[in-house]
Design a binder for this molecule. Structure first.
Ligand SMILES: [Zn+2]
Length: 445
């Protein structure tokens, strides 16, 4: 804690504060000063007397904490939410890939991503890792809503719905990284889809590019039984092993799902310094399996939480993901204390930051950290009383309790309302849905 300045851009006052710092420091009644997108100071309310600010948010009766970090999403897939439910991953992909081929353009990606980011912002998510075609349209969508974004070029072994053959895909990726290295509020990762959509030579080419450009990699791995079969047929081994053999497993790499891992692979992930995005809602809905979070934790693997896309998730709600993470581990192990509530909140905040190489800068309330701050309203009947704030957040709170959201100091949700207008994008998504419905009734797909 440092002393408060005389003035700040924004002051959040009278709040119960969870800093999520190394010591999990709590301030019973405190204030946070935000200036130029960063946290200028925080501390007891008494120390903040007399600070002037252009915006003052009185958070009396509320809880202030770092914004949630969603480490695996395909935001534009709100376009296909609910289109292919009640089936496993392979059947799901077949339907969704056909819809994508017909309807995905930079314009529809932008509209779908705006809706996805709006949903996430309203639910207290201030930063998201997003993998999808036309990432430039996704960057524009994030800028509109004001949410922080980590994204990058997608690599897939066939031409893909963006119509890029492999050599052009490599050129696009390199150019994209060059263009967006300094884009405000945007982090970059290379995003090869998976070991079942890329052969070993192509995975090696991605590794080479990641090393050359010094950009980390985000990839799906060991998600579902169908993937394990496909990878065994194509590579003669498991996803984790082929990713290791091709150099993808390296410090900074973020694996989405990592459900089907044996003990040796878990040790390998820890040794390689790889982080995992756990997506318990998507994993349950698609019958993908239950990730071995207890063993991953014991091995020291960096853990974070993701929602996955809206057509597999189906909502983009990290509060539900937190609760589901607890429930799945408790059921899988028979141990109610296997994943304590405080550690789950840590996965959704500081764990997410560590998973994207932003530990100490995001996912934490501290002087100098990015001003990614949310205010939770604790006054609702379902949150009263609050003995242990972490337990309340994981087992009783929901995204409807998020009242104010700041991302990089910008107020993106005020009193449960988005500050950006999204009417145009909503209409565009509805138009895609109408076209898909018409297609379905005529062609029976
Ligand atoms: Zn995914």
């Amino acid at each position: 804690m440092t002393g408060f300045p005389n003035s700040a851009d924004t002051m959040i006052t009278n709040a119960r504060i969870l800093t999520m710092d190394d010591a999990f420091t709590e301030i019973p009644t405190g204030a946070v000063a935000i200036t130029a997108g960063r946290i200028a100071a925080l501390g007891p309310q008494a120390a903040a007397t007399g600070v002037t600010a252009a915006t003052v948010v009185d958070a009396r009766g509320g809880l202030v904490m770092p914004g949630l970090i969603n480490t695996h999403c395909h935001a534009a897939m709100t376009l296909f939410r609910g289109l292919a439910d009640d089936r496993p991953l392979d059947g799901f992909l077949k339907t969704v890939w056909a819809a994508e081929a017909a309807h995905v353009t930079p314009e529809t990606v932008n509209a779908g991503a705006v809706l996805g980011f709006a949903e996430m912002a309203l639910g207290g998510i201030t930063h998201v890792v997003d993998m999808y075609f036309h990432p430039g349209a996704t960057i524009a969508a994030a800028a509109k809503v004001g949410i922080g974004l980590t994204t990058g070029p997608v690599f897939i072994g066939f031409d893909g719905i963006d119509g890029l053959p492999w050599p052009e895909r490599l050129a696009f990726a390199e150019d994209f990284v060059t263009r967006h290295r300094d884009t405000q509020g945007v982090g970059l990762m290379l995003m090869p889809h998976s070991a079942y959509t890329l052969d070993a030579a192509k995975l090696r080419e991605v590794t080479e590019m990641a090393e050359r450009l010094a950009i980390p990699v985000h990839i799906h791995a060991a998600e579902a039984p169908s993937e394990m079969r496909l990878v065994a047929e194509q590579h003669g081994t498991t996803p984790a092993r082929i990713l290791n053999q091709t150099g993808i497993l390296a410090p900074g790499t973020l694996l989405a799902h990592a459900v089907h891992l044996d003990d040796e692979e878990i040790a390998l992930l820890a040794e390689c310094g790889v982080a995992v995005s756990h997506n318990p809602l998507s994993n349950a809905k698609l019958a993908s399996g239950t990730a071995r979070i207890k063993a991953l934790r014991a091995a020291g693997v960096t853990l974070s939480l993701g929602t996955d896309g809206a057509s597999s998730g189906n909502d983009l709600d990290l509060w539900k993901a937190m609760r589901q993470a607890a429930f799945l581990q408790i059921l899988a192990t028979g141990e109610p204390d296997v994943l304590p509530a405080r550690d789950i909140v840590a996965m959704a905040t500081r764990g997410g930051a560590a998973a994207i190489g932003q530990g100490g800068r995001k996912g934490i309330l501290a002087p100098g950290a990015d001003a990614d701050v949310i205010v939770i309203d604790l006054s609702a009947p379902h949150l009263t009383p609050c003995y242990d704030p972490y337990s309340t957040l994981v087992y009783a709170a929901g995204r409807e309790d998020v009242r104010h959201v700041f991302a990089g100091g910008r107020r993106i949700v005020a009193d449960r309302e988005l500050t950006a207008p999204i009417g145009e994008e909503t209409a565009r998504v509805q138009a895609v849905a109408r076209a898909l419905n018409a297609h379905e009734s005529h062609d029976g797909i």
